[in-house]
Write a new protein. Structure first.
Length: 150
């Protein structure tokens, strides 16, 4: 059984973002499994570095989607991303420097930052995005109907 399992409750409803979240789950599982399997610190540092790089890409993509859809909590969400990125980056730097002892708390942090962020913040964006898309679709239908009756 994977350390971190994808569940439907984590679906934001934006296909690209959901796919990126699944890949973040995969990277955290790879880190966990490699550590439990006895991988050396260099191998773990490489996995954690990939996680940091991919998280940065994902955050950028998510923020662009929020900006394009005029998400009212865009600035706050960006600040959360920045804080999460810095925590991940620090972990990566500490591991590379040999000053990080990977333990249960490290794994718990990796699991919790992703799951809690999705459940507390990304789902709110998904709801907004869905409402906005539905409103636009209804508005387009009304405009089409009005044009047809004129």
């Amino acid at each position: 059984m994977p350390f971190l399992s994808w569940r439907n409750q984590y679906r934001v409803g934006v296909a690209d973002i959901d796919q990126e979240h699944r890949y973040l789950f995969d990277l955290i599982n790879e880190f966990h499994d490699s550590h439990r399997g006895g991988a050396d610190e260099k191998a773990l540092a490489q996995i954690l570095n990939r996680l940091v790089q991919y998280a940065e890409e994902h955050f950028r993509h998510e923020e662009e989607s929020m900006l394009e859809s005029e998400y009212p909590l865009h600035a706050e969400h960006c600040a959360l991303h920045e804080a999460l990125y810095m925590m991940l980056f620090r972990l990566s730097e500490e591991l590379a420097a040999g000053s990080l002892r990977i333990d249960r708390d490290t794994h718990r942090f990796l699991r919790n930052w992703l799951v809690e962020h999705i459940l507390k913040h990304d789902l709110a964006f998904g709801d907004y995005f869905a409402r906005r898309a539905k409103g636009m679709a209804n508005g387009e239908q009304e405009s089409s109907g009005e044009a047809a009756t004129q």
